[in-house]
Design a protein around this ligand. Structure first.
Ligand code: SF4
Ligand code: SF4
Length: 312
């Protein structure tokens, strides 16, 4: 049996479905709106397409990753009945230092719009601590390749562990927390990261960060803390103009899956990628990632590109 089928049939996967449904059925959660996106169900789509999926030698990364998703849902049971809502001085420094010591590259705070929550899914709290984590450049630069796929999967695994650790720290201090896993998340992370000031969404649909360009993965911890220092501005908006004159990812995407002119939805949300075109290539070529590799922000420092643009 292929690794994908094995995972889909495993009790872990059905437990995940059940816990997501239970969360959605609650009243005290953030539900999606009519215009919310569908989550792209990568494993189900893979099974529909057939074939073997990731090589079984990556099971040692995939299994702990799935266990991290289960922990993020199951640990919701441990939230305090009456969670605290006001963080004391020093708590967020502690969270930051835990996150950065574990390898996070940037962190920010935002309120989550229900328009970012996937249809038929829910998140427990509307206040989000959002964080980005770098992926190894030499591996990503080989995309599409097994080495690149392995790096992406390792980042999912490690970032999921960090989200669970931050959630656990917050619960130990009396706050409610919901670890938003980077894989099979319950809401769209790129608009959350942009709203938290971590970067700007490029025409490849990926957040472009000043630290590592698009070579990052995103996750979040949703929390009862109401007095987070929510971002009220974003200094990275100039990237939109840069993208409009660059368009390298659109030219280089092998199956031409990037719209170029993102689709605008009623809620203001934008869609950049046509999944039906991206997924078959993604599936056949180790998770692709060409649109991360070719982006100038993956190769040239953010400040240099900004200064070049200013002087044009
Ligand atoms: S992952 Fe590959 S196929 Fe999908 S949008 Fe990016 S470059 Fe295109
Ligand atoms: S490759 Fe160019 S157009 Fe695409 S996201 Fe990067 S900067 Fe923007």
């Amino acid at each position: 049996m292929s690794l994908t089928k094995m995972i889909r049939k495993s009790p872990m996967f059905s437990a995940m479905d059940r816990m997501e449904d239970e969360l959605y059925a609650r009243n005290d959660v953030v539900h999606p709106v009519e215009d919310s996106p569908e989550r792209f169900e990568i494993v189900r789509e893979k099974i529909k397409r057939g074939g073997d999926g990731p090589p079984s030698r990556l099971a040692f990364i995939m299994i702990p990753t799935l266990m991290g998703i289960i922990e993020s849902l199951k640990s919701l049971e441990n939230n305090p009945e009456k969670p605290r809502t006001q963080a004391e001085k020093g708590l967020l420094d502690e969270v930051r230092s835990l996150a950065f010591n574990l390898g996070v590259s940037s962190i920010g705070y935002t309120k989550v719009s229900p328009a970012w929550v996937f249809r038929n899914k829910a998140i427990k709290y509307k206040n989000a601590i959002v964080f980005a984590m770098e992926m190894d450049k030499p591996s990503i630069d080989t995309a599409p390749s097994l080495a690149c796929m392995k790096t992406v999967m390792e980042t999912y695994r490690d970032q999921g562990r960090i989200a669970n650790k931050i959630a656990s720290l917050l619960r130990n201090r009396g706050f409610g927390a919901h670890a938003g896993h980077p894989l099979m998340g319950l809401a769209l992370y790129p608009p959350m990261a942009q709203s938290a000031g971590l970067g700007w969404i490029g025409l490849n649909g990926i957040i472009i960060t000043p630290e590592h360009g698009p070579r990052v993965r995103l996750a979040a911890v949703f929390t009862s803390i109401e007095n987070l220092p929510f971002a009220d501005e974003n200094e990275h908006g100039w990237i939109e103009g840069y993208c409009n004159s660059c368009r390298v990812c659109i030219k280089e995407c092998p199956p031409n899956a990037l719209y170029g002119e993102p689709v605008l939805h009623d809620s203001g949300r934008l869609t950049y990628v046509e999944n039906e075109l991206c997924f078959p290539y993604f599936d056949d070529y180790y998770g692709c990632s060409v649109c991360v590799k070719v982006c100038p922000f993956n190769h040239v420092a953010y400040e240099k590109l900004r200064d070049l643009r200013t002087h044009q």
